[in-house]
Design a binder for this molecule. Structure first.
Ligand code: COA
Length: 162
């Protein structure tokens, strides 16, 4: 059986921390599906299509076994639909644990077959978040070491800094 892992997120926008997790996950799982949430509680800066394209572009040189798709609805339904075994989530700091454990338990309650695997973020990305990146970019700060280059350009143009 070929193991499939799903790495879900809003990716508004994808950061180098997310990319690092995708690369590390694809070294373990033969198939990694990166799912970009269309229905999100957050009000995204980028449309679902823009976020999906940004993720595709960011992982294109590590694309073996990696597929990027948008998704609507419940994550557990996607796990079933794609015959995946595992959801992957990144943990940056202890503060992520509460939200992440709640989400993992809730997903398990919705579908007891679903397992969540946690990967610790690399140290240099432990303080990185999409909101910080957007705030810094909107105020004219340099985010070039935090996001893939195409994303940096999109941020600059979205915030009128080009
Ligand atoms: N490196 C850098 N940043 C990271 C990171 C990493 N490795 N891991 C997480 N983050 C940051 C993100 O940048 C983001 O920052 P922000 O809050 O400032 O925007 C934050 O952590 C979390 O973002 P992300 O990883 O994109 O996940 P999310 O919490 O936005 O995604 C879903 C949540 C989409 C997985 C979840 O809402 C979901 O499953 N929705 C579908 C509906 C559903 O099934 N709901 C029931 C859930 S129990």
């Amino acid at each position: 059986m070929e193991l499939t892992a799903i790495y879900p997120g809003t990716f508004d926008p994808i950061t180098n921390g997310h990319v690092d997790l995708i690369i590390r996950a694809s070294a373990i799982f033969p198939r990694v599906l990166v799912l970009v949430a269309a229905d999100t509680k957050k009000v995204p800066t980028f449309t679902t299509e823009e976020r999906t394209n940004m993720v595709r572009e960011a992982v294109k040189s590590h694309s073996e076994g990696v597929q990027v798709l948008p998704f609507h609805g419940l994550l557990v339904q996607e796990v079933e639909k794609h015959s995946a075994q595992v959801i992957i989530r990144g943990l940056r700091a202890v503060s992520d644990f509460e939200y992440e454990s709640q989400m993992a338990l809730m997903n398990k309650r919705l579908d007891p077959r679903v397992e969540t695997f946690f990967m610790i973020s690399r140290e240099e990305f432990a303080y990185l978040s999409s909101s910080f990146v957007k705030e810094i970019a909107s105020l004219g700060g340099d985010v070039s070491t935090m996001v893939p280059s195409g994303v940096g350009e999109m941020l600059l143009s979205r915030f009128g800094k080009t």
